[in-house]
Design a protein around this ligand. Sequence first.
Ligand code: AMP
Length: 200
Amino acid sequence: MYMRRICVFCGSSMGNKEEYKSAAKKVGEYLLDKKIELIYGGANVGLMKIIADEVLNGGVKVIGIMPHMLIEKEVEHKGITELISVETMSERKDLMASMSDGFIAMPGGFGTLDELSEILTHNQLRISDKPIGLLNTEGYYDNLLKFLDDCVAFGFVRVEHRNNIIVSSNIDELVTKMNEYKPIVTKKWIQDIKIESNGG
Ligand code: AMP
């Protein structure tokens, strides 16, 4: 499926390497070139701002979703096409999930990891089958990917769920793979963990 709306999770900070900023700019340019609408946290700070500005300047739609509490702190981007205000961080993630055709996580902190983790859990439970991409700029996510391999090795994550994460350091390649994505079906998963927990 060709994604028309992508949600980007990324830092409310800029990070301390120029490469993070240039990667965010490239993501914006890519979305613009392909006329893909951007859904994001709605902020006017960090890598989020760089992507939003790039897409907006080229005239493609940008939708931000933000809880009141952050709007009150005046971190919202005042120039975006639409700012949807919600009550809670959870509501924000729900709306991001339902409005987008796919998700990209770029370098970021706890907020980004929270959003990524939630959407990976949706994928595992098959609440959503939308593609999830990790833009691994400058190897930012190498250690997380290694940790996820450990989660598989130690029996806490199914290899199919781990392998559903699409990884690339190049935005063009990442979106191409995301458009081709088909989830690996693990019908027996819930049944298997029930058996395992009951000594079977
Ligand atoms: P972080 O990765 O901790 O910088 O958080 C960035 C992610 O969490 C974004 O994708 C936002 O949706 C959300 N977020 C966290 N802090 C903020 C903030 N100050 N303004 C807007 N969004 C934020």
